[in-house]
Design a protein around this ligand. Structure first.
Ligand SMILES: *Cc1c(COP(=O)(O)O)cnc(C)c1O
Length: 482
């Protein structure tokens, strides 16, 4: 399988394959990588896949996108990644060997697709764990190393650290805002003692940490000399890995491949739901993709109006579903590429507007007139909705859900009537409630349950370097350790 850029120039080599784009971020033209076509899944394949384990299914699906790793090696990587031991934080009564079990709220009709069973209790582990094993494999094969530099306000950084810890050829330098994360989040990251993981707590805000990462990445000489890389949400391998659980969820929620399913996805950077869109384009029988945002409703606005209006930093709300607090959705360009008939010149022109800080407007275009073909339905949720939903789901079903999943449940309910009768609706559970304990206490007046293996992690010794928000100091810190 060859890869192309949404803006037309995929760079060198001229027709990159999966391993060529694995370690990079953006294509050289600033676009995002996509496969040159979406592989189609036949009815015979669906029938054969229905009974597979998660790892087996991951291998079947990923082999359609990854043709430059020998099948036996890819299979071994999938088997090593998707184990009940790694994805052990399933809800009571559910089977960890399913990796992503469905937890029904209303049997056969309305349920949660559990994606937060991994080491950091958020769905990002689903893809990041695979990425860790793929990075190690490809770096070993090429006898190369990489130094991953990132900034985090919580979920992404910890998922990256747990995926890369102890991996050959990989070091992680993760910047976080000093004193701004919860005690639980700090403990999760800073208690890692692996010598390839470096936590840097910057005395500033998340944006200061982010600015340092940008400044270091813009120093091209430093970046090349020290092999600086990233694992952000635009990484194609992360999107590819996420396609698998849409198939797994479909098989769990239906009895035969004549049926359909609907998904509701709490969305920020459009990474998770982009994988759902691709699964549907591959032929998975998905009746609706319901996209839920929080108060940062840039995506909801686009699907309602055809206007994509990225927000300024000052217009971005700080909410109680913080992993969805985005001003622009970095993966959205992949969807728009498909929407405009995969025309890279159109995409390049639209993103020239976005990069100049302007909106673009597709309303009134023939493409937007066909948006219904993509089966998206969207809605937004607020802090009050979140609290009410957490309360209601707990009282009615005895199930405690996190704030992001609550946004999903709220918007799913709002649009339930648009899902054809008899089609099961799955809300993707993107984090466990213990990660956002303050809001759970606000909603329910009690602390969320905590998995037994994470009991007392706040008391473990922590390994973190506190630093001023100083680009040169961060560069020195990295240079001394690589
Ligand atoms: C990252 C994240 C999201 C948003 O996912 P996108 O792929 O950015 O749309 C939602 N919920 C949680 C808990 C997350 O960590």
């Amino acid at each position: 399988m060859k890869y192309i850029s949404t803006r037309g120039h995929a760079g060198q080599p001229a027709n990159p394959e999966f391993c060529d784009i694995l370690l990079g971020g953006l294509a050289p033209d600033g676009g995002l990588y996509l496969p040159e076509r979406y592989p189609q899944v036949t009815r015979a394949e669906l029938d054969a896949w229905r009974g597979l384990s998660y790892a087996g299914l991951a291998f079947e699906i990923l082999s359609k996108f990854i043709t430059d790793i020998p099948p036996a090696d890819l299979e071994a990587i999938c088997d090593k990644t998707y184990t009940a031991k790694v994805y052990c934080h399933v809800r009571k009564g559910d089977d960890a060997s399913d990796i992503t079990p469905v937890h029904w709220l209303e049997e056969g009709r309305f349920g949660l697709l559990e994606l937060s069973n991994g080491p950091t209790l958020a769905f990002k582990d689903m893809a990041m764990q695979l990425l860790g094993n793929l990075f190690e494999y490809v770096l070993d094969r090429r006898d190369e190393t990489i130094n991953i530099l990132g900034a985090t306000s919580g979920d992404t950084g910890s998922a990256a650290e747990y995926a890369m810890r102890g991996k050959h050829g990989v070091r992680v330098f993760m910047l976080s805002p000093h004193g701004k994360m919860s005690a639980f989040q700090r403990a999760q990251m800073y208690s890692l003692q692996d010598d390839n993981i470096f936590n840097i707590a910057v005395t500033g805000m998340f944006d200061d940490a982010q600015d340092i990462v940008k400044a270091v990445s813009n120093d091209h000489a430093f970046k090349a000399r020290h092999k600086i890389g990233a694992v952000n949400s635009i990484n194609w391998a992360r999107v590819a890995a996420q396609i698998v659980y849409y198939f797994k969820g479909y098989f769990a929620a239906t009895k035969s491949n004549d049926e359909q399913v609907a998904f509701c996805v709490p969305s920020g950077n459009f990474g998770n739901i982009c994988a759902g869109h691709i699964a549907r384009r591959m032929g998975l029988p998905v009746a609706k993709l319901i996209l839920a945002t929080n108060e940062n409703d840039v995506l909801d606005e686009f699907f309602r109006t055809g206007v994509y209006r990225p927000r300024k930093a000052a217009e971005t709300h700080v909410t109680s579903s913080p992993s969805m607090d985005i001003s622009k959705a970095s993966n959205f360009e992949r969807f728009v590429f498909d929407l405009v008939g995969r025309d890279p010149r159109r995409v390049a022109a639209l993103w020239a507007e976005v990069e100049a800080g302007r909106a673009f407007d597709l309303s009134g275009t023939p493409e937007f007139a066909r948006i219904a073909d993509f089966a998206f339905v969207t809605g937004a949720s607020s802090h009050a909705d979140r609290l009410a939903t957490i309360r209601e789901v707990f009282e009615r079903y005895g199930v405690m859900i996190d704030t992001h999943t609550a946004d999903g449940v709220k918007v799913a309910r709002q649009h339930a009537a648009e899902v054809p009768a008899g089609v099961p609706l799955l809300v993707l559970e993107t984090a466990l409630p213990v990660k956002f304990a303050d809001t759970i206490v606000e909603a329910l007046g009690r602390e969320p349950e905590r998995p037994a293996d994470l009991e007392g992690i706040e008391k473990l010794p922590q390994r973190v370097e506190v630093m001023a928000p100083d680009v040169e100091a961060v560069k020195r810190f990295i240079a001394e350790r690589v």
